[in-house]
Write a protein that binds this ligand. Sequence first.
Ligand SMILES: [Zn+2]
Length: 519
Amino acid sequence: MYWADKVAKQIIESGKFKPFWVDDMFTPSGYPHIGSLRGPIVHDLIFKALKDQGVDAKFTFVINDFDPIDGLPPEMQDDFSQYMGLPLRNVPSPLEGYASFAAYFADDYKKSMKSLGVEPEFLSSWDMYHEGKFDKAIKLALDNAEVIQDIYAEVSGSKKREAGWLPLQVICENCGKIGTTRVFDWDGETVAYKCEPEMVKWAKGCDHEGRISPFGGNGKLPWKVDWPAHWMVIGVTIEGAGKDHSSAGGSRDIARELVKKVFKIKEPFNLPYEFFLIGGKKMASSKGLGLKARELTELIPLELGRFLFCRYDYRQQVNFDPVGTMAIPDLFDEYDRCFMAFLKKGEESFSRAFEMSHIGELPEKTEMFLPRFRDVANFIQQPSVEIHKKFTEVKGSDLNDLEKKILDERIKYAKIWLEKFAPDDLKLGLSKNAGSFELSEEQKKYLGKAVELVHTDLSADELQTKLYELTKAMGINPKVGFQAIYQTLIGKDFGPRAGAFIRQYKKEEVIGKISEAIK
Ligand SMILES: [Zn+2]
């Protein structure tokens, strides 16, 4: 059984998580990296698997736009440092056309999610707080401040905080920051606060002191309390997070105690998903490492992007390392295997992986020919190969419309792969390591004359003929002559038809390579 179906079955059979309400969240404080798409897709898969088993389910996604800015992408540091500590929702957008900093980055995240077929109902944390939906949770948290401190201390082993500490941050009425306020003295209606200049390293408070109602959007619960408070306010029954949150003494353990002792609700079903690694390193947007989420869809087709996350159980670490490796062709092969299982009613878990990775309407289950990605990449580098004709030969009959569409898409992505990712030895293009061969004097002389032909306006075919005739005229074995061309241009002993190959490139580029080799 496909892993998400297994999880859905387990959720349903336990009888403990009704109504089936899946939820996830993100903080719109920068461009999301590829790895951060795992959460949305894992939750989406569980949501869809639940529905496929015939139960009603809901899927919401909370945008944490009430959080303070506590870090910035490097390129924004100059213009946005002045806003550190303000709620994301109250900071201007880096680009015109968006209501706020939060709206701009939320839009980027939503677009990436939507393109990958993830379309939950989005909820704004700012809006929910301002509509008073969190008032009850805030009151419970303030009334239970001592209990919460004890939970922090017991679970995470941290020292008990100072007397009078309250689990809340309010927006400073003087400077508008939320990241710098220390809240104390809850009298049942208002709290006292001080905007502390030195409380956090990333923002400086203004020293203002005041009293304010904690309700209606004046203040926000700290993240560890805010998370389980969301479960209560929204009614969430299924929500996971990256497995780092579920480590012993982490925020999940704290949330579990808080729902028991403070909010008095049942803990949602947990999905502690593994990291998505690239090149063996954890991708973290805060460190500027790795690819942005929206860039994934420029490298591989959307379905393949989604497939990358669908294929593997959420408890399995995914290591996607496309640079200089066969990771992308391998991904296509694995996709094709699952596609075929779907078409031919093969192995069910493969077939479901394909179905779940598909965006839009599923194709008909008929015979189909899939042009293998690595063959596409190989053929498009050979100017003598007419690729549509070639695949008609490989298939043994004409390609139908869908097959043609898939082929064209693969041609597009094979070009990108060859340009950005393919290992050098698989590129038939003008090679960087060309020229490492030792050419004989005879070969150098031949190239010296051949380069004059490259200068002319001869067509690809004419050039091919002339290069051949030149070997005859110079009394050099044609094989040895052409080998000199291949060694010089692509670093191999053999290659595609030289005339057509040379004419793919700018004359200066080819002439430059040859001149370099014979000087
Ligand atoms: Zn202030």
